[in-house]
Design a protein. Structure first.
Length: 234
């Protein structure tokens, strides 16, 4: 009986010892699992933040745009973060040039630009929506004037110079003003109303007052000194 009790006691001691020794191992494993699980969301959040804070494409260039006019439209863009602003011009050969103000934004690769130009006597607004890929922007545009849609289509743009300071607006010729010829000045002296009235009141007479020619009358009443037809004789 004593030997059996001793063996049973040894078995119980071994059992409790095994449980005690295994407990720290289990705790360590749980701590490692928690640490691993916590690190996974942290990495995912870091990747998401890196994507959201990625730098926008650099669009600070002088661009050449085709598709919205019969020839290339030159545009300069200034960029401040996601905000875009600048100018554009169109200088056709033998046609009328125009200048435009540009306002827009960029969100990752999505670009939106609005050009406002004075063409002749009309104000034209062109909205361009496109995608920036490397050195180009391509997409579609819509034009309105006076609240009406006047054009639409596709466009493409390619930057042609990084020197935005070298951009200059188009020279717009002022409309020629037709000058009317100055009215001919009447150099003939005009007579006063009194003079005209006097002439009207005095009818011309066919008789001449010979007293005006007293010094021309010769001795004995000679009228030879008076001009012919002025003697008053019939």
């Amino acid at each position: 009986m004593n030997k059996r009790n001793v063996i049973l006691s040894l078995m119980l001691v071994s059992l409790f010892t095994g449980l005690s020794l295994g407990q720290p191992d289990n705790n360590t494993s749980i701590a490692e699992i928690i640490s691993t699980n916590e690190s996974i969301p942290s990495n995912d959040t870091a990747d998401l933040n890196a994507t959201q804070t990625a730098a926008e494409p650099d669009l600070n260039y002088i661009w050449s745009i085709t598709g919205i006019e019969s020839g290339p439209v030159i545009m300069v863009l200034n960029q401040e973060g996601s905000d875009l602003y600048g100018q554009a011009k169109f200088e056709p050969e033998g046609g009328k040039a125009w200048n435009a103000d540009v306002l827009g934004s960029v969100d990752e690769d999505n670009v939106v630009l609005t050009l406002t130009a004075q063409k002749d006597k009309e104000l034209i607004t062109t909205k361009m929506t496109g995608i920036s890929v490397k050195d180009t922007i391509s997409g579609t545009f819509t034009q309105i004037s006076g609240g009406k849609k006047v054009g639409s289509g596709s466009f493409s743009a390619m930057w042609i110079s990084p020197d935005i300071a070298s951009y200059y607006p188009a020279i717009i010729e002022e409309p020629k003003v037709e000058t009317t010829s100055t009215a001919a000045v009447n150099t003939t002296a005009t007579k006063t109303p009194e003079e005209k009235k006097e002439e009207t009141a005095k009818p011309a007479s066919r008789f001449v007052d010979i007293h005006q020619y007293v010094d021309k009358i010769g001795p004995g009443g000679d009228l030879s000194g008076i001009p012919p037809g002025m003697s008053g004789s019939l």
